[in-house]
Write a protein that binds this ligand. Structure first.
Ligand code: GLP
Length: 255
């Protein structure tokens, strides 16, 4: 099962996740990192940048991208990844891939090929949406799905409207790594903060494994770390056990 770690706040989670990423990169300077967008990974990127490692050989693959935004749009995930991850971390832009492009019909297969050619993702950072989505895999997504174009739910469009001038500006389509793609990464690190995520986190970690909660796919993966602040952990049934397991964790074990 997943290892669930509950910490006081997003900064503490970011520091722990950054330590994990740093240890992977120290071992393998050209490690393949799975990058997420949204507000959730920001404390991790900040903490990792503060460690001052040389990350110029690291390869990165973004989880998802909007379809239909003009090239260079500040809310395209290409622009977000450049701003929030590539620049602060000192990644090499040409080594960081974002799905999408022209023709969109074959962009998913193309991205899958690039992931395979890179040897797969060593550590995949994940946020979770209130609909339970990981990447942009909305409820109903197949657990075997690969990178493809999807339609966003209205709930997700509303949640993401804060980044746009208005709700109508949010694209209706996206291209996202599939649940099957995400499950191929060697280590999944799911981060969540705030009470608004508590239900989605509980459903993903402790609920039934079901396409109705795409995040529950993590229960099928042999190596998952779920790093939460207290409010995001507030609906977990076994929170006390997770706290105890973390407090009593053997020093040799690591995440
Ligand atoms: C977005 C992204 C996801 C992200 C999630 C949560 O729509 N496509 O990759 O994990 O929703 O976003 P946030 O971290 O801003 O709460």
């Amino acid at each position: 099962m997943a290892e669930v770690v509950i910490l006081p706040d997003a900064d503490a989670v970011g520091a722990l996740a950054a330590d994990l990423l740093a240890s992977v990169v120290r071992e393998r300077p050209d490690a393949v990192l799975g990058l997420a967008t949204g507000s959730t990974p920001l404390t991790t990127y900040r903490a990792l940048a503060a460690l001052g490692l040389d990350l110029s050989a690291v390869r990165g693959f973004a989880l998802d991208e909007y379809v239909g935004l003009p090239t260079g749009h500040p809310q395209s995930y290409r622009a977000v990844i450049d701003r929030e991850a590539v620049q602060p971390l000192g990644l090499t832009p040409s080594l960081v891939a974002v799905p999408g492009g022209d023709p969109i019909e074959t962009a998913g297969e193309d991205y899958e090929r690039r992931l395979v050619d890179a040897g797969g993702v060593d550590v995949q950072i994940l946020g979770i949406g209130r609909t339970g989505h990981i990447g942009f895999n909305e409820p109903g997504s197949s657990f075997a799905s690969t990178t493809r174009v999807k339609t966003l739910t209205e709930a997700t469009r509303r949640d993401n409207a804060r980044f746009f001038d208005g709700p109508d500006e949010v694209p209706r389509h996206c291209i996202t790594q599939g649940l099957g793609t995400i499950l191929r990464a060697r280590h999944l690190v799911l981060l969540a903060f705030g009470a608004a995520k508590a239900e989605a986190v509980a459903a993903a970690v402790e609920g039934p494994v079901t396409a109705s909660c795409p995040g529950s796919a993590i229960q099928l993966h042999p190596r998952v770390s779920v790093l939460l602040d207290e409010p995001a952990a507030s609906a977990l049934r076994f929170a006390d056990y997770y706290r105890q397991a973390w407090a009593d964790k053997p020093a040799w074990q690591g995440l």
